[in-house]
Ligand binder design. Structure first.
Ligand code: UDP
Length: 275
């Protein structure tokens, strides 16, 4: 929960409401320092609890948009070839460790990530915090009707949550102006973009300068999970680090994308701490 400091390395964290004269962004500097490079991309070792504290800072400060990426091995492999995406991942405000392969890589590189921080868990968690803290959410993307359904589920689970906008849209640049207008007019604090990686992150990076939200993040298929369109892997599978296998079972067309995983393992083994 926001309001509690998370485990061992979080002593320096203060919530906006308990800011005893510190610089507003002091918590942020902790996450900046506490990251590691995997295949040349910075990955934060932040935990879920710490992330919620950080969001509370950003929403309170309202100084600019903070771009968060939930990164996984597949995205890091895409970034090896896609220079634009690599630059985006290197410059965003926070890359959180989604994907069990990153936990393995971090142990291998001697700087273990403490826990997975996923978009799929993050969306309901953000909605829960939003309900109690008054954060306003905008859901962009996913197939027609899915975001509406997800919004209804979240409102039901977290009474009082303010979902101030829902729009399926498309990641095409020609549709951007209308979408940005809609988001800004909604007064949202947090924008969740479900266009899949890397398109969703490129969309956010392109439009960041004109979006009046405090945080924007790509959430991939998270709205499909929340809406119940695609079932999430059972907890047992998640704990065994086999969520990717369950997804492959449900969506066999993912096999081509998932072939990047063994390449990721090889690249980490070859590059080691030269990251
Ligand atoms: N999507 C979309 N428009 C597009 C492409 C994708 O709305 O042009 C949505 C799609 O419906 C899904 C999400 O983006 O909800 C991508 O999910 P995927 O599972 O591919 O993303 P991942 O979780 O693997 O990043």
């Amino acid at each position: 929960m926001v309001g509690q400091t998370a485990d061992h390395e979080s002593a320096d964290i203060f919530l906006p409401s308990s800011n005893s004269g510190r610089e507003p962004s002091s918590a942020w500097t902790v996450w900046r320092r506490d990251s590691l490079h995997i295949l040349g991309i910075p990955v934060s070792r932040i935990t879920n609890d710490e992330w919620m504290v950080q969001i509370a800072w950003w929403v309170k400060e309202k100084d600019r948009l903070h771009h968060v990426c939930t990164v996984n091995p597949e995205m890091l492999m895409i970034a090896q070839k896609d220079v634009n995406f690599r630059n985006i991942l290197s410059r965003v405000d926070l890359t959180v460790p989604d994907g069990v392969g990153l936990l393995w890589a971090s142990r291998r590189l001697g700087k273990p990530i403490r826990e997975r921080v996923t978009g799929s868990d993050g969306v309901p968690r953000i909605a829960q915090e939003a309900a109690s803290r008054g954060w306003r959410l905008f859901l962009l993307g996913a197939a027609e009707g899915v975001a509406d359904k997800a919004a209804a589920v979240l409102r039901d689970r977290f009474p009082g949550v303010q979902i101030v906008g829902v729009y399926a849209g498309s990641p095409k640049p020609e549709d951007e102006d209308a979408q940005v207008e809609l988001i800004n007019a909604s007064g949202a604090d947090i924008l969740l973009v479900a266009y899949g990686a890397p398109e969703q992150d490129k969309w956010i990076a392109r439009n960041a300068p004109r979006l009046n939200v405090s945080m924007a993040m790509g959430i991939g298929g998270s709205l499909d999970f929340v809406a119940g369109v695609i079932p999430r892997a059972p907890l047992r599978w998640q704990k065994l680090g086999l969520e990717w296998l369950y997804r492959l079972y449900l969506q066999p067309w993912r096999i081509r994308r998932m072939l990047r995983l063994p390449l990721f393992v090889m690249a980490v083994l070859l590059r080691g701490s030269h990251g």
